[in-house]
Design a protein around this ligand. Structure first.
Ligand code: ADP
Ligand code: MG
Length: 335
């Protein structure tokens, strides 16, 4: 009796193993190429990833978390509430972006500055629109700008003057891309391309066993979307800043949305678009904005100190054409 029981148990156990193997091999869905697109941060996202099922809800949740924390255009975001002086509590996302922004502000001699918001508003690119400032107005606004006038630690912000405001617009898109990439990493996704408004992170190459291809557009006024060149990437991040999409003209002068936090005025020089390659997208995004402010020669000086940063800079040329400078080890391909 005991022996029969043992045999029955073994048969059952074997059956369990066989059925388990069949489930893994046949029933469990294998990875497929999934795509997700939609609007976010006033632009659009395009995400391609290999996974057994779509996880779009989780992806959108990551991007919304960034909006709820860092957006100057969402009145309920942590950043907006801090800027209105309603709270001195930060959150994990603000803390992380502050650390990164502070480091890059110091590294770029203040060309990048996450407290530029009062100037951005004054020049008509923020969440408030007033008459354009004169130079006395700019001088008084400059008193409210400076990353060294703010301390953020342990979830708490201390401002030197109440008028200080945070502006994470120059890193938020890139950080949104990083957050989605982290989510996909945590799910074990092997191949992905995450893109929000031109900022990109790729991993593992394309599922068809080739690199991912990403394009850089020409800095034509208003953005014609013409592709200037392509890059083949397997792993890494890329972000572009340009003054050809967001600008306005008044009295024959052009006002672009990148502000030099040291002078208080919108930037006007030869760099029309800056594309930066970095280990993560928030870093690429921040340096892309910084390079727009610094101009070609100072951007090159920053690049020479950082082996993990590369750049493709499109500058204006006297004949109305474009002049390109790029890091020597970048290989732009014809579109
Ligand atoms: P885009 O990718 O749209 O070209 P950026 O990443 O350069 O934009 O971000 C531009 C935004 O960053 C501006 O609208 C403004 O809110 C903010 N900004 C402008 N100048 C600076 C600066 N010098 N440092 C940090 N943020 C800036
Ligand atoms: Mg940027």
């Amino acid at each position: 009796m005991k022996k029969k029981f043992r045999i029955a148990f073994r048969i059952l156990f074997l059956l369990f193993l066989v059925l388990g193997a069949i489930y893994i091999l046949v029933v469990k869905p294998s990875d497929r190429v999934q795509t997700a697109t939609g609007p976010i941060f006033g632009t659009t996202y395009h995400i391609t990833y290999t996974y057994a099922e779509p996880i779009d809800t989780f992806i959108v949740r990551e991007m919304q978390a960034v909006d709820h924390s860092l957006s100057m255009f969402n009145p309920q975001s942590t950043t907006s509430r801090i800027n209105r002086g309603e709270t001195d509590q930060t959150d994990g996302l603000v803390d992380e972006m502050w650390l990164l922004s502070e480091r890059i502000a110091a590294d770029t001699d203040g060309a990048f500055d996450p407290t530029v918001a009062p100037l951005v508003n004054a020049w008509g690119f923020g969440f408030k629109h007033n008459a354009l400032p004169d130079s006395a107005g700019v001088d008084s606004l400059l008193q409210l700008v400076g990353h060294d006038k703010v301390k953020i630690s342990h979830g708490h912000i201390a401002k030197q003057t109440p008028g200080l405001m945070l502006d994470f617009s120059a890193v938020a898109k890139g950080y949104g891309v990083d957050r989605v990439a982290r989510l996909l990493d945590s799910r074990g996704v092997k191949h992905y391309m995450v893109e929000i408004g031109g900022e990109v992170v790729v991993k593992g190459g394309h599922p068809e066993n080739r690199p991912w291809k990403v394009g850089v557009t020409t800095p034509d006024e208003g953005g014609t979307g013409t592709v200037q060149c392509m890059f083949e990437l397997t792993d890494g991040a890329m972000a572009t800043s340009g003054n050809y999409l967001r600008f306005y003209e008044r009295d024959g002068r052009r006002y672009a949305h990148t502000i030099d936090p040291r002078t208080g005025f919108p930037v006007q020089h030869e760099v029309l678009s800056a594309t930066v390659f970095a280990p993560n997208c928030a870093t690429a995004d921040a340096y892309a904005t910084a390079f727009m402010v610094l101009g070609l020669e100072k951007a090159k000086a920053v690049l020479s100190r950082h082996k993990d940063l590369k750049a493709y800079l499109i500058c204006s040329a006297p004949d109305g054409k474009y002049r390109v400078w790029h890091s020597p080890d970048l290989k732009p391909l014809k579109p």
